[in-house]
Design a binder for this molecule. Sequence first.
Ligand SMILES: Nc1ncnc2c1ncn2[C@@H]1O[C@H](COP(=O)(O)OP(=O)(O)OP(=O)(O)O)[C@@H](O)[C@H]1O
Length: 329
Amino acid sequence: MNKADVATAPITTPHTSWDGPVIELQNVSRYFDTTCAVDNVSFSVPRGKVFGYIGPNGAGKTTSMRILATLEIPSQGDARVEGLSSVNDPDRVRTRLGFMPDAFGTYRNTNCAEYLDFYARSHGLIGRQRTARMRWVMDFTGLRPLADKPIRGLSKGMRQRLCLGRALIHDPSVLILDEPAAGLDPRARIELRKIIRTLAADGKTILVSSHILTELAEMCDSVGIIEQGHLLATGSVDEIRGDAKTHRHVCIEMIGETQSLVTRLEAKEFVTKLRVDGSRVFVSMTGDQDTQADLLKELLDAGIRVLQYRSDDRSLEDVFLSVTKGQVQ
Ligand SMILES: Nc1ncnc2c1ncn2[C@@H]1O[C@H](COP(=O)(O)OP(=O)(O)OP(=O)(O)O)[C@@H](O)[C@H]1O
């Protein structure tokens, strides 16, 4: 390929036709002296999906992400990007992934455009290809009006965008985002969520960590909960919530004393748990939405004066608290 061909080549890194898991951790462990930061962790993410990595401080999220990003060597196991080993093939892995670390290290005297240009050059982008890629990243992240602004003058939200832009500059097929929403205001978080979903819709495979669990619920196709290096649960958000399709939690608020309602509910085989709090009765039950709707009809037909009848599905926070022990290492 001559120089002119390179300059007019499509602005994408070559993506493989790999159709296996795009991200894969296989029995990864990492020790720091006696601390086991990551303990035999395995999970995989298919192309175009977003995997949320949830855990308290010191759980091992950053260490696992750094291993995948070729910045840390595992004590055991392997991490793979499009089938390539982060341990044995780090150079090729780096061409396929963009890493947004939780701490933003910058050269403070540079401006946004210089910063992105530096990373574009580091990835070997040249000529019109580099210019076009820079333009795309600035437009996508909304940084174009700030191109000449010194980095030291950027808000937290804009810094995060710049850091994401840096991770995207070489058009990687995999993105690893370590706590990208930390410190952002609500609007910036919503915007970040949209950006991540847009990138996934474009075929990028994304591993994102957060302490902000409800954020992950909306953004991720599947999640993993990690604590003290152990992956405690993985699955889709519904699976993690405890099979929401077959287990339901309903809050019934009524006018009048609750005893007649409680007696009626206790007689139901599908009711597994009851708790009364003033005029409200919290019901755990097996069954689907028809079971839930039929119960409401029965209560109304029986003359029970229902004021409110609402699903009280467990939030990810509840799941997180019940799965983890609150231990920090
Ligand atoms: N370079 C290192 N040397 C020694 N211990 C380390 C090192 N890196 C991480 N650890 C330890 O490994 C454990 C996991 O840390 P890690 O940063 O991966 O957790 P995390 O889930 O990302 O936490 P946070 O949410 O606070 O960033 C912690 O006990 C941490 O102190």
